[in-house]
Design a protein around this ligand. Structure first.
Ligand SMILES: Nc1ncnc2c1ncn2[C@@H]1O[C@H](COP(=O)(O)OP(=O)(O)OP(=O)(O)O)[C@@H](O)[C@H]1O
Ligand SMILES: [Mg+2]
Length: 326
């Protein structure tokens, strides 16, 4: 569905303050290579300025690459932008594709004529979105009067009316409240599972990834730092897992091979233990622990996704320093 090789985009930016203009080149996307298969749901994350939106703009034909190869659904996005528009849906959380002064429903009608969608298909797809995204109450409201969350639901509907095989979303949940976010995630997960619509989304909300994307791509300074299933990345960067136990009676942490006691709380009632995931399974460990002490309750804590990503950034920063020093 998406094929990207050595994709690069530079920007010339003015740096002068005085009379003489000087320019420097900013490399927003630095020879990025990846592929996305039909039906996948991929999360594209990275800090501000990492190059996410620039990548998305090249994939959707809004920006021309400086160099490299990009094909989306077999099409060169910047050369065949109209062709591509018929086959993909795009949502930018910070921009609108709706007509500001018209009722929401009229924007959908206009899109139907632009994409020449047969009336019956249009009705079916619109009905489905109205139902699943709860649009009924504000179809007659001018877009400018919609709340952010209402408008985003409208944007996603607009992007799906021509039944694209690929939906690209740049920060679709930005600024939404918890319930609206959850509703949107559920909807996207559903169209990915049921219709097989491929999803590529950027986000700063890692719950989006946890909920929606089996595959995570992490980018920083225009380079891909990691690409793979969330669980594998987690195991790779955080080899230790944590076991938290609550004892029946206060006491020292159990002395179990393969386990390090890192911290105690509640006067020795609670202990935090860590163990390496390659050496022991949680089940083996729990068996050993309960044979030594009387346990009231316990929990295995996986590192949070933001810890995983922070570690990936740190690792990258460490490697960059090492290569400068050597
Ligand atoms: N039109 C432009 N002209 C000059 N520089 C640009 C332009 N667009 C992006 N950049 C620069 O390219 C880099 C990557 O920007 P990009 O918008 O792709 O980041 P991002 O990962 O989407 O960040 P954010 O999380 O803040 O949305 C930044 O350094 C940015 O300043
Ligand atoms: Mg961006």
């Amino acid at each position: 569905m998406i094929e990207v090789r050595e994709l690069r985009r530079e920007f010339k930016v003015a740096t002068s303050k005085g009379l003489r203009r000087r320019y420097k080149t900013v490399t927003a996307v630095d020879d990025v290579t990846f592929g996305v298969e039909a039906g996948e749901a991929v999360g594209y994350v990275g800090p501000n300025g990492a190059g996410k939106s620039t990548t998305i703009k090249m994939l959707t034909g809004i920006l021309v690459p400086t160099s490299g190869h990009v094909r989306v659904n077999g099409v060169d996005p910047s050369r065949q932008r109209r062709d591509l528009a018929r086959r993909i849906g795009v949502v930018f959380g910070q921009r609108s594709q709706l007509w500001w002064d018209l009722p929401l429903r009229d924007s959908f009608d206009l899109l139907r004529s632009i994409y020449r969608v047969p009336a019956a298909d249009h009705r079916d797809r619109l009905d489905e979105c109205v139902e699943l995204l709860g649009l009924r109450g504000f179809l007659a409201t001018p877009v400018r009067q919609l709340s952010l969350g209402q408008r985003m639901r409208g944007e996603i509907t607009a992007a799906l009316l021509h039944a694209p095989e690929l939906l690209v979303l740049d920060e679709p949940t930005i600024g939404l409240d918890l319930e609206s976010k959850e509703r949107l995630r559920e909807f996207l997960a559903d169209i990915n599972a049921r219709r097989g619509t491929t999803l590529l989304l950027t986000t700063h909300d890692l719950d989006d990834i946890e909920r929606l994307c089996p595959r995570l791509m992490v980018i920083d300074h225009g380079r891909v730092l990691a690409d793979g299933p969330l669980d594998e990345l987690r195991a790779e960067v955080t080899p230790e897992r944590e076991l938290v136990i609550d004892l029946r009676e206060p006491g020292p942490p159990p002395d179990v091979p393969g386990v390090t006691a890192v911290r105690s709380e509640a006067n020795g009632l609670r202990h935090h233990l860590t163990f390496r995931r390659v050496e022991t399974t949680a089940a083996q460990l729990i068996t050993r622990v309960v044979s030594r002490v009387e346990v009231h309750d316990l929990a295995v804590v996986e590192p949070q996704i933001d810890d995983v990503i922070r570690k990936l950034y740190q690792r990258q920063a460490g490697q960059a320093r090492a290569s400068v020093e050597s």
